[in-house]
Design a protein around this ligand. Structure first.
Ligand code: 5AD
Ligand code: SF4
Length: 438
């Protein structure tokens, strides 16, 4: 009988990418994928520790999964990702039902680990590997859009952030290896890639060859059959004009930038160790808005950082109103063990953090509504990603600004097609339209 593996992924897109790598190693070890944990023989929880209550989430997942051990004595549980990296062996000690703990750098060790766990061992693999960061080509569920990790780790040490501790030092992947992966994906039907890194603007710094992110992106635009390129995350301090100029001139690179500001107050930005002032950020944004036609912006924000006063928070609101992002992701500050900010008094009450978060999201919703309404009447380029289950004449895809667009079409369309859609309605967070028949 074929063994089955189930995976549950928390957190960022890099974790999604790692989950696909993990699944492909299980496949090579004789497992089929399943979305139903009940029929699985191995369950993997790929964890995230960036924000609130990660450990509680992992505990409740373990609680949910361990009952399957009663009906299947061979059922194994693995904890992967950032919580695994952070807590290592302790997870095995505290949770008798966990068989394997595998940290963020441990994926290449998984072949051996699966074999040993199947034989009854319990183990934790949490070393960091400092040699080159390479990822061999792997199989994944083909879709029209794919994430491709181009670097790992982070050296920025923003004072609130656990990533440098759980993902280790920054290391870039060799550009030839990445481009080969993209070509492989394109040969398998992928039309859009999103390049991933904690700070893509410093891509190449750890490589022997002299190459920077802009040069790398240009090479990616030359791949035949690839229609769209996106990237996250740009760090404002390293984001430069060369990159803006390339986005402006290369039609394959989507006019969408995620540039996390985090806070509008210079005092808070300093305490966060972000390496830029609001004015410096604003100058870069103005240049990008001026150069890139139809640019959509998005950002991350943290509210209630230690010492954030009402005035500081007002600066964040002001920044959001001034810059007019199409989307923001905002979070209540949550102290992460071992980070510099965790030794600053977390002096904003949870109620106050929640108030500020609501105010910020309400202000943003007004802007999102306005920016989406403005797109009514436009003819947009949509990458078809699927069909509505409810209405067979309704398709779903994304525009170049990464916004979901649902649209009607009398004509039958294939996933991966790029079509023109006339936008007729703006919903809360998506757009609606009709296929433009030429
Ligand atoms: N508390 C709240 N939000 C955080 N983020 C990172 N660390 C924390 C923390 N300790 C947010 C930042 C980052 C996003 C991925 O998560 O806004 O950009
Ligand atoms: Fe964390 Fe800052 Fe690195 Fe982003 S740049 S991963 S926020 S330390």
């Amino acid at each position: 009988m074929i063994k089955k593996v189930y995976i549950k992924t928390f957190g960022c897109q890099m974790n999604e990418y790692d989950s696909q790598r993990i699944l492909s190693i299980f496949e090579e070890s004789g497992y089929d994928r399943t979305d139903d944990p009940e029929e699985a023989d191995f369950a993997v929880i790929n964890t995230c520790s960036v924000r609130e209550k990660p450990k509680e989430k992992v505990k409740s997942e373990i609680g949910r999964l361990k009952r399957f051990k009663n009906s299947n004595p061979y059922f194994k549980i693995a904890i992967a990702g950032c919580v695994a990296q952070e807590d290592g062996e302790a997870i095995l000690k505290e949770n008798k039902s966990v068989d394997l703990v595998i940290g963020t750098d441990g994926i290449p060790k998984l072949y051996e680990a699966i074999f040993r766990v199947e034989k009854g061992e319990r183990l934790a693999i949490t070393e960091f590997y400092h040699d080159d960061f390479t990822v061999p080509i792997f199989n994944r569920n083909s879709s029209v859009s794919a994430f491709v990790t181009i670097m790992k780790g982070c050296d920025n040490f923003c004072s609130y952030c656990i990533v440098p501790y759980v993902r280790g030092r920054e290391k870039s992947r060799h550009y030839k290896e990445i481009l080969d992966e993209v070509k492989f994906l394109v040969d398998n039907g992928v039309r859009e890639v999103t390049f991933l890194g904690q700070n893509v603007n410093s891509y190449g710094k750890t490589l022997d060859e002299k190459i920077n992110f802009t040069q790398f992106l240009y090479m990616a635009t030359q791949i035949v059959g690839l229609n769209r390129i996106r990237f996250v995350t740009s760090h404002p301090k390293d984001f430069n004009k060369d990159l803006v100029d390339l986005v402006a001139s290369e039609s394959k690179i989507c006019e969408y930038l995620h540039l996390p500001l985090q806070a509008g107050s210079n005092d808070i930005l300093k305490k966060m160790n972000r390496g830029y002032t609001f004015e410096e950020y604003e100058e870069k944004i103005s240049y990008a808005k001026e150069k890139i036609k139809g640019l959509a912006l998005s950002s991350d924000f943290i509210v209630g950082f230690p010492g954030e006063t009402d005035e500081d928070f007002e600066q964040t609101l002001k920044a959001v109103n001034e810059i007019e992002y199409e989307t923001i992701f905002a979070f209540k500050y949550s102290p992460r063990p071992g980070t510099k900010a965790s030794s600053m008094p977390d002096n904003i009450s949870d109620v106050e953090k929640a108030n500020r978060l609501k105010k910020l999201l309400d202000a943003q919703q007004i802007i999102t509504d306005k920016l989406l309404k403005r797109q009514i009447g436009e003819i947009q380029e949509i990458l078809v990603e699927g069909k509505s289950k409810k209405d067979t004449n309704v398709y779903s895809g994304r525009n170049r600004k990464n916004r979901i667009v649902n649209f009607t079409s009398e004509k039958s369309l294939q996933n991966g097609e790029i079509v023109k859609v006339k936008i007729t309605q703006a919903k809360k967070n998506s757009l609606f339209g009709n296929l433009e028949v030429s």
